[in-house]
Design a protein around this ligand. Structure first.
Ligand SMILES: Cc1ncc(COP(=O)(O)O)c(C=O)c1O
Length: 401
């Protein structure tokens, strides 16, 4: 389908620009990396220990344990809590694959619960009916950088004596009633994937907890179950954090709050521009609960009228970066077909996967770039409505049929 181009002479707006951010901290990063090379201590060691202390302090947690990725943070946490074969773990189907993948990896079964449509977070009202004698944990995902309904989930977890593993991979610094993500459950899992708000120079992750026993188990699970002196009390993994990552992350942590502020300013500006452009009947902007601080790892719109893929194509055609997180609800992933789920079992997750579109939100965006994104979005919706273009294929809807 050809859609006329109206702004092709304008400079493109990338979806994310990690180079722009790097240039603001280049000297600090280089010095930190050089210091690691001078020590030649590349795995765990002082840099990792210092990062762990700083993240624990940042989240107001007693312990933080670095590991190789956000995925490993989830896997290690589930194992440390004793989740294994035959168990079920409740989670959202509207998340990055790793959340459910980690449950499968420890031999347990993901038990999906639908999301609520405004925040795209796990619908706490539906959680209790999914609990049975096999349920061993709940993993709420703070999707796009806004915390799930933790108060309701805590009540449920206490009533049923179930630990909560926060998937806070997208939400470092997010606040729920004045407390930061990572201390709102039994353990909190974070990813340092480069595109996260606190991103490393490769893969990395960290787990926060206030529980001394869980922390001790996590520490040995990341080093083959070793409690020191080559004494292995259980079989673990090699899931250590590199000192080079820790050194880069320690530099970036000093800037995290100002970067998150910039993301929030960008989101606020988008909201104003969308209102001014009279687009709020065509799209739903992200909604933030009064008692929450969102960190906008993503700024995600719901495009109404079944035209998401056309809008995405138009934006990209005009050089405006955008992305769909996530195009296939996890209950419809082929690898989980053994669960026997149908699209309509989780209608809100299925609908979201067909309707959401994330816009550029990175900290270094200029006002001109924000305006251009909204101008192009306005043109896209006008053009698509005027031409009455047919719907393009929507994978999740096709799978729903
Ligand atoms: C919600 C969520 N969970 C888990 C992960 C996994 O993190 P990683 O890519 O560091 O393994 C990510 C990040 O990609 C994520 O966004």
């Amino acid at each position: 389908m050809a859609v006329a181009s109206t702004h092709s002479d304008q400079p493109p707006v990338p979806f994310i620009d990690l180079v722009a951010q790097y240039h603001t901290i280049k000297d600090q990063v280089r010095r930190a990396v050089d210091q690691v090379f001078e020590t030649q201590q590349f795995v765990l060691g002082d840099e990792v220990r210092l990062l762990e202390e700083e993240i624990a302090q940042y989240c107001d947690a007693r312990y933080a344990i670095g590991c190789a990725s956000g995925t490993d943070a989830l896997v290690l946490s589930l194992l440390a809590l004793g989740v294994g074969p035959g168990d079920e773990v409740i989670t959202s189907p509207f998340t990055f694959f790793a959340t459910a993948g980690a449950i499968h990896r420890v031999g347990a079964v993901p038990r999906f619960v639908d999301i609520e449509p405004v925040t795209y977070n796990l619908n706490a009202e539906l959680v209790e009916e999914a609990i049975n004698e096999k349920t061993k944990a709940i993993i709420p995902v703070h999707i796009f950088g806004q915390c799930a309904d933790m108060e309701s989930l805590w009540r449920i977890s206490v009533r049923h004596n179930l630990p909560i593993v926060e998937d806070a991979c997208q939400a470092i610094g997010a606040e729920y009633r004045g407390r930061r993500a990572g201390v709102l459950g039994t353990v909190g899992c974070f990813s340092f994937f480069p595109t996260k708000n606190l991103g490393g120079a490769g893969d990395g992750g960290i787990i926060t907890t206030d529980d001394a026993e869980v922390a001790a188990r996590l520490k040995r699970l990341r080093v083959h179950g070793d409690v020191g002196g080559y004494t292995h009390v259980e079989v673990g993994f090699n899931s250590r954090l590199d000192a080079l990552q820790a050194a880069v992350l320690r530099v970036k942590l000093q800037h995290l709050d100002s970067w998150s502020d910039a993301r929030r300013r960008n989101a606020k500006r988008y909201n104003e521009l969308l209102r001014e452009a009279d687009l709020l009947s065509a799209v739903d902007a992200p909604a933030v609960a009064a008692d929450q601080v969102h960190v906008y790892n993503q700024y995600t719109l719901r495009i109404k009228g079944g035209r998401r893929d056309q809008v995405m194509k138009y934006l990209r055609g005009e050089g405006v970066g955008c992305a769909v997180y996530y195009p296939i609800s996890l209950h419809m992933q082929e690898c989980f077909s053994y669960l026997g789920c149908r699209a309509e079992d989780y209608p809100e997750s299925t609908r979201a996967s067909a309707e959401v579109l994330s816009l550029p939100i990175f900290s270094e965006l200029t006002d001109a770039q924000l305006q251009r994104v909204v101008n192009v979005l306005q043109d896209a919706t006008a053009e698509i409505t005027t031409l009455k273009l047919p719907d393009v294929d929507q994978t999740s809807q096709r799978r729903a049929a």
